[in-house]
Ligand binder design. Sequence first.
Ligand SMILES: C[S@@+](CC[C@H](N)C(=O)[O-])C[C@H]1O[C@@H](n2cnc3c(N)ncnc32)[C@H](O)[C@@H]1O
Length: 392
Amino acid sequence: MRDAARLASAIEILDTVISAARSGGAPADRILADWFRSHRFAGSKDKHAIRELVYDAIRACGPVPPTGRAAMVRLSKLRPELRDLFDGSQYGAAPIDDGEQSADGGIAPHWLEQRLAASDVGTEAASALLGRAPLDLRVNALKSSREGISLPESGEKLAAPHALRFPTGTRADRWKAYEQGFVEIQDHGSQLACLATEARPGECVIDLCAGAGGKTLALAAAMDNRGTLVAADTDRGRLSRLGPRAERAGARIADTVLLDPGKEMQALSTWKGAADRVIIDAPCSGMGTWRRNPEARWRLGERELERLAALQQRLLGVAADLVKPGGVMTYVTCSLLDEEGAVQIDRFLAGHPDWTARRPDLPLGQPRGKGVRLTPSRDGTDGFFIACLCRA
Ligand SMILES: C[S@@+](CC[C@H](N)C(=O)[O-])C[C@H]1O[C@@H](n2cnc3c(N)ncnc32)[C@H](O)[C@@H]1O
């Protein structure tokens, strides 16, 4: 494909990404994969170039752009060489008119920028949320060690004990060590969140929002496959992916429990007041992962944020009922907004006098309220808020 045709294709894909963001449709990655499947003539270099254009254009626009073309016009202001590719040729985009409308720049929709500022997320920290994430791996301590493992490339050792970092775009998912469960793809910040739980062999640990088990697997390794590990979630599809992953990783202690939203305790009553530790990796805005899903910031609305904050507070209450006296719960969100972090902890403590907060002892991060905040700009991780709450 010619460069002009690649740019026109990226505009077409951006139109689909924008309408999906407005209607809660498929994420950009899936839209790209579908487009490539139905346009077989695109070779690997075309795919790479189109993908880069689409993601660069998404990153270049703060609010939802009116059209894919307006998003690409915005990108061409930052990268003037793209302007010549609007050449009006067959399969190319029409030339840019003088005064043609471009999408707005910025970090995020304006209301969200204001919320970030109110949570003391400065411009540098906010911009870094839109950078490109490196590839972080966790060496699976059930099968190997960072010192003993042999991988096709050597990674940088990070602060979490099993973490290795590789350049952006490294396809570790094609490595034998990945297929055989010697390594898991897991952001360094996620690994630190697991470290904050301080799960130990023989304990009873509940991963209340386990999803597909990214953190469950790290907990099984920290527990050396000894003890009770419950992976609970309301999403059957996500939870069902844990089985094969656990098998590959040799994590034998993880039991899955499907929850009914609003009636979580029904399926968890066996562990009422019995858990040494509960981790709540709560459903959240996910802004800490914008580096991977930059169009997610176009999907979030104020009402959705309110809904998530109410759910987070409710899940703190569910988790509290599971923890035994002297036990600990770890609250985690991949968000830098105080309403999903520090404020939730204060609100919980105000209604639960028998609980106290303990700031997690982590090698990275800055104190935020009664917890710790990890940021891409300072810590090189996804954005996270992590706090530990102890029951008297
Ligand atoms: C941030 S994700 C968890 C990611 C996962 N822990 C990991 O490390 O890959 C939040 C999860 O919360 C789950 N969730 C939403 N509502 C829930 C509820 N009421 N009870 C438990 N889990 C819930 C979602 O299905 C989602 O999988």
